[in-house]
Write a protein that binds this ligand. Structure first.
Ligand code: NAD
Length: 294
C-alpha cells in the first residue's frame, strides 16, 4: 500500500519506520528539516510538502502536536486524497477537532479515523502501541492492518471522536490516580512507614492501581519505572498536563462535573510552572515534597 505519513517527530518517525519495515511504500513530510533528515536516514521517502505526501496514498497517517495543527493539515491533505482513501489521525487532540476532521473528510468522500495512542515512544518503536479508535466500521476495517503493524491492540470505541474521548477519560483517571499514589507514599513516609511495606499492602489490597502496581512513583519500590531512572520520561508531566487540559475542555463542553480532573490539571500545571514539565509525570511525588500543607 502507499502510505503518506505526516509528522515525523518522536512518535511519528518510529511508527513510519515500522510501516516501511512491513513492506509498505511510505512517503513522509514534516515541517522541521531535522525531522525530514532523520526520516531520510531511516529510509523513508520525503515529499515536497503535506499534500504531495498524500497524493496517490491509500492511507494518510498524521501524528501532530495538537488539534489546530491536525485540522490545518487535514484541510491541506484531504483535497489531494482519492475518494475511498483513509485518513487516520493518531495525534492526541480535543474531541471537537476530531469531529471536525471527520466531517471534513466525509465532505471529500475520504474515510476517517481518530486513533490516539497509548504506549509512548517505547511502544511506538517496539510496535506495541494501543490505539483507541473512532470512526465508521468500514473505516476501522480498512485501518486495522496498519494498527496491527504499529501496535498490539486497537479498540473500536465508536463513531468519529470516540477514540479521543476514550483517550482523555483514561488519561484523566491516570493523572488523578498517580497524584493519589504519590500522596499515599508521601504520607506513609511522614508516618514512619516503610515504602516497601506500603507497596506490598497496596499492590494486593483495595487501593491497588496501575500507578502503584506497575509504575510506582517511589525509586526502588515495585517493578522498574521512571522513578528508578531519576524520573526521566516515560510520559512527561507536560504531556500529562496537555491531556488533562483536553479532558477539562471536553468536560466544560459536555457540562460534566470532574472536580478531581480539574484539581489534577491544576497540580500538573503548578508542577510545569516549577520547571518540572520535562520530568516523568510520576515525579509529582517530588513536586509534592516541595509543597506545604495548608
Ligand atoms: P513531536 O513534537 O515530537 O512530533 C510532532 C511532529 O509534527 C514534529 O516533528 C513537528 O515538526 C511536526 N509538525 C508540526 N506541524 C506540522 C505541520 N503543519 N505539517 C507537518 N508536520 C508538522 O510530538 P510527539 O511526541 O511525536 O507526539 C505527537 C502526538 O502524539 C501528540 O499529539 C502527543 O500528544 C501524542 N502522544 C505522544 C506520546 C509521547 O510519549 N511522546 C504518547 C502518546 C501520545
Amino acid at each position: 500500500m502507499n502510505i503518506g505519513f505526516i509528522g515525523l517527530g518522536n512518535m511519528g518517525l518510529p511508527m513510519a519506520k515500522n510501516l516501511a519495515a512491513a513492506g509498505h511504500r511510505v512517503t513522509g513530510f514534516d515541517v522541521v528539516p531535522a525531522a525530514r533528515e532523520a526520516a531520510t536516514e531511516a529510509g523513508i521517502a520525503i515529499a515536497a510538502g503535506n499534500s504531495e505526501a498524500a497524493t496517490d496514498a491509500d492511507v494518510v497517517i498524521t501524528m501532530l502536536p495538537n488539534g489546530a495543527i491536525a485540522k490545518a493539515v487535514a484541510s491541506e491533505v484531504l483535497p489531494a486524497m482519492s475518494k475511498g482513501a483513509l485518513l487516520i489521525d493518531c495525534s492526541t487532540v480535543d474531541v471537537n477537532s476530531a469531529r471536525e476532521i471527520d466531517a471534513l473528510a466525509s465532505e471529500q468522500g475520504v474515510l476517517c479515523l481518530d486513533a490516539p495512542v497509548s504506549g509512548g515512544v517505547g511502544g511506538a518503536e517496539a510496535g506495541t502501541l494501543t490505539f483507541m479508535v473512532g470512526g465508521s466500521g468500514g473505516a476501522f476495517a480498512k485501518g486495522a492492518p496498519f494498527f496491527d503493524i504499529m501496535g498490539k491492540k486497537a479498540v473500536h470505541c465508536g463513531e468519529g471522536g470516540a477514540g479521543q474521548a476514550a483517550k482523555i477519560c483514561n488519561n484523566m483517571l491516570l493523572g488523578i490516580s498517580m497524584i493519589g499514589a504519590c500522596e499515599a507514599f508521601a504520607l506513609a513516609k511522614k508516618l514512619g512507614l516503610s515504602q516497601e511495606r506500603l507497596f506490598d499492602v497496596i499492590s494486593t489490597s483495595s487501593g491497588s492501581c496501575w500507578s502503584v502496581n506497575t509504575y510506582c512513583p517511589v525509586p526502588g519500590v515495585g517493578p522498574k519505572s521512571p522513578a528508578d531512572n531519576d524520573y526521566r520520561p516515560g510520559f512527561a508531566a507536560a504531556l500529562m498536563l496537555k491531556d488533562l487540559g483536553l479532558s477539562q475542555q471536553a468536560a466544560d463542553a459536555a457540562d460534566a462535573p470532574t472536580p478531581l480532573g480539574r484539581h489534577a490539571a491544576d497540580l500538573y500545571s503548578a508542577m510545569n510552572d516549577a520547571g518540572m514539565g520535562g520530568d516523568d509525570f510520576s515525579a509529582m511525588i517530588r513536586f509534592l515534597g516541595t509543597m506545604e500543607r495548608k
